[in-house]
Ligand binder design. Structure first.
Ligand code: ADP
Ligand code: MG
Length: 248
């Protein structure tokens, strides 16, 4: 079995009386694409928030590459190579794609830089090459706000890649994306995994998309881990079917 790059052990997160995550234990092996599904409100985004240090957990352990990260904050965890993207895009609409990419580089040189200083050529080269990777090279000098929603999501994804993450957590990458563009997006995510060697942990509501993308899928229901398995088993798992039907 491959090394467990991310190991979540007995994680519980409460909001007042709501147990959003209840004793969750799961693993994400290095170099793979792992899915996370479950009805609305089942605790998927909460789990991602806990992993990336957005809020503290009430119980349990989260280890990334063997290191306990459950007490760390977002920037510290990001520096270890664990990054997330959001359900909502976070780009600067009044800046070009390249500029959005440039401001996404790691903050280590921040003190030497002002808004008006020039970026080193290697940063611009990396920005352009990643824009090419996600298929936005021709649009690189357009204002990000003028891109379609699907293109903005690709830009946000490329911005995260500027940081050379080891693992990315993607929260509903296909949400709001034109259905005709979803297959292309899935192919890019697969290439990111295969060509750049980045582990992907993906929340997805689009069943067809996640079944096509992930090698292993975990399913949450009511904050608990219901089951986990390969897509073909998850698809016909009566517990999973019931969880979705019960949620409607
Ligand atoms: P999912 O992403 O699977 O739709 P969430 O993780 O967003 O589910 O939510 C799980 C549960 O936790 C829901 O009942 C939600 O209302 C609750 N919850 C999530 N975030 C908060 C918060 N910041 N404050 C209070 N309750 C929250
Ligand atoms: Mg969510």
């Amino acid at each position: 079995m491959a090394e467990q790059q991310l190991m979540i052990n007995g994680v519980t997160k409460r909001f007042g009386g709501v147990v959003a995550n209840d004793d969750i234990t799961l693993a994400v092996p290095q170099g793979r694409i792992i899915g996370l599904i479950g009805p609305n409100g089942s605790g998927k985004t909460t789990l991602f928030n806990s992993i990336v240090g957005y809020h503290p957990v009430d119980n349990g352990s989260i280890r990334f590459e063997g290191k306990e990260i459950s007490g760390m904050r977002v920037p510290e965890i990001a520096r270890l190579g664990l990054l997330r993207t959001f359900q909502q895009t976070r780009i600067y609409g009044k800046m070009t794609c390249v500029e959005n990419m440039q401001i996404s580089v790691p903050h280590t040189h921040e003190s030497f830089r002002t808004m008006f200083s020039k970026y080193p050529p290697e940063v611009t080269e990396k920005a352009e090459s990643l824009l090419e990777f996600v298929g936005l090279y021709a649009k690189r000098h357009l204002m990000a706000g003028d891109l379609s929603f699907g293109q903005q999501k690709l830009l946000e994804f490329a911005m995260a890649l500027m940081n050379e993450p080891k693992m990315m957590l993607l929260d509903e990458p296909t949400a709001g994306v034109n259905p005709t563009l979803i297959n292309g997006l899935i192919e890019r995510l697969k290439r990111t995994n295969a060509d750049l060697g980045i582990t992907l942990f993906v929340i997805e509501h689009n069943m067809r998309a996640i079944m096509n993308l992930a090698e292993h899928i975990y399913c949450l229901a009511h904050g608990q881990l219901l089951t986990g398995g390969p897509p073909d088993e998850i698809q016909k798992d009566q517990k999973v079917i019931d969880a979705y039907l019960g949620a409607q």
